[in-house]
Design a binder for this molecule. Sequence first.
Ligand code: MTE
Ligand code: CO
Length: 416
Amino acid sequence: MSNKTSRRRFLKTGIVAGTGLAASNAVAEGDPLITQKQPWNQDLGSGVDERPYGMPSAFEVDVKRRSVPWLTADPVSSINFTPLHELDGIITPNGLCFERHHGGVAEYDPASHRLMINGLVDKELVFTMEDIMRFPRENRTYFLECAANSGMEWRGSQLNGCQFTHGMIHNVMYTGVPLRLLLEEAGIKSNGKWLLAEGADASGMTRSIPMEKALDDCLVAFKMNGESLRPEQGYPLRLVVPGWEGNMWVKWLRRIEVGDQPWHHREETSKYTDLLKDGKARRFTWVMDAKSVITNPSPQAPILHSKGPTILSGVAWSGRGTIPRVDVTIDGGKNWNTARMSGPSFDKSMHRFYYEFNWNGSDLLVQSRAHDSTGYVQPTKDELRFIRGKNSIYHNNGIQTWHINTKGVAENVEIS
Ligand code: MTE
Ligand code: CO
């Protein structure tokens, strides 16, 4: 770095740090929160036995999963959404991971759980949870995005909040056994080219998965973020299919059948196919393309100050690799700035970005644009519609726009 650049950088940082961020004159004005005793330092707090399983502060009650009533025909076959605007970093806390189930949450004793491998194998096997725990395990962090995430936005901006437009995603560190090891234990016959993964819940969820993917990076996972899977996420065992659409991540995994061709079940024919402009549907579009969204500010998280130093924050991910770069605009795409990435950059995992700027208090049109490690750049919604038309549901990874008015209130809009 030349002297000139380093000096310029120093000055730039200096400006942000020295803008007198309302670290106000509270002391001089005698703020009672500083000068007087408060209940929390006069009375003793609760003891160690009162929270055997810790919960968030009572002041965080709004940080929760939410559903959209008109999308919920029946709660046991529905969806709720991750509150992305309330989170930071890259990990989704277990209690906030969005839920999608087609037959309610199956709850049962792990001692009663069995995983069967059958079909084109040398020996058909049945594993108990104890058996699975005796295979070498791995820890890996991946996003899971439902193929229907942002699906309501194909015809125009609709839902007002990134929780609803983008919240069918979570990012979790899984502990699990590589599926490859279990398949090798059974021995795959030479014509075994596909797997059928089946859930133990009432929905009987089944998906066909090509053998190359199964042998590459799939996990049979039993822990999320260090603790056992939550019932909502498939306790005691779920399939992890990194970078591929959430529907394939079969929860309550109970059976894997090895076959020589795909099964063409409901979830890969009438559902989870991509309608094209000419009325034909594309099948087996498994990979989730690069996508990003600004989580703050956003409709549920307005800017609360009138102008000055402002932090824009968001997340980006790609089913094809990592996210080396995210661009951010605050003027509807006239000027693009490179965002600052912060936090670990794992393969097929969420990435966190920030853009710090001095808000002059006028209207903003904010957007983010992800670049992934293959060189792919997140498209605009119009670019997607040019190929897919407006009647699609799945795989909408178009650029999201929020309009921020002079009061800091944000709204879901589209610009072309
Ligand atoms: N697995 C089973 N057994 N039953 C289900 O209903 N839903 C699928 C998938 N696996 C489902 C399932 C869908 S559509 C998605 S998007 C993800 O699980 C959601 O995972 P989550 O509930 O952990 O967010
Ligand atoms: Co889904």
